[in-house]
Design a protein. Structure first.
Length: 213
């Protein structure tokens, strides 16, 4: 099962959501993202939020259309996204994809990136996807990366203090057992030179971002 979560970020940053509306998936709306899903003809199974970013009329439509609605007061310890993500993880999904998490407030965006670490803890892949980017985290290991025609650029950044012994093969700019610390831009905007590349590292948590201009 795939769980797609739509937050309330700017709609012009969203990819084509219908591409991700596959058979074995359920949708979760977060705050304004619930209404966005409904306006696009996608009915979320669950909705989370304090709903302070939509009108009274929009909230009435959400309450009418969504069966499992979880409303919270604005004054709470977790963001609406964290509440929704925790609920998604409890469903033991094969994958979680987050949309509408970029392009708005920087504090929410950075918090959403940090929430990706919950996937490392639970061993479920979680990605943040917008119109031009796919972002996810990886624990130490060796991975194969296929070429994506519309995402030519690949960047690697440390999520924690240091990535130890990062190696890149099959890339325009190869690397062999380099330590990469926070603040380094060494691994920004790389490209694959074949249909597949591999990357590996010994310790740390790595941010992988696939982008288009």
């Amino acid at each position: 099962m795939i769980i797609n979560i739509l937050a309330g970020g700017p709609v012009d940053h969203l990819p084509d959501l219908y591409e991700y509306d596959v058979e074995n998936c359920i949708w979760v709306g977060v705050d304004k993202g619930v209404y966005t899903l409904l306006t696009r003809g996608i009915k979320p199974t669950y909705a989370f939020g304090d709903f302070d970013s939509i009108s009274h009329g929009e909230l009435e439509k959400v309450e009418k259309e969504v069966k499992h609605l979880y409303k919270f007061i604005p004054e709470k310890d977790e963001t609406d996204m964290e509440l929704a993500l925790n609920a998604a993880l409890a469903e033991n999904p094969d994958e979680i994809r987050i949309f509408g998490a970029t392009g708005g407030r920087l504090d929410h965006f950075i918090a959403n990136v940090q929430l990706l670490s919950k996937g490392i803890e639970k061993e479920y892949p979680i990605s943040i996807i917008d119109k031009k980017n796919i972002m996810y985290l990886k624990p130490p290991g060796t991975y194969t990366l296929p070429k994506l025609l519309n995402k030519n650029y690949i960047s690697f950044l440390p999520f924690n203090q240091t990535i130890e012994k990062l190696s890149l093969e099959g890339f325009k700019y190869s690397l062999n057992d380099r330590n990469i610390s926070i603040g380094s831009t060494l691994c920004i905007s790389n490209e694959l030179i074949a249909d597949y590349g591999t990357y590996s590292f010994l310790s740390g948590i790595l941010i992988v971002i696939r982008s288009q201009d």
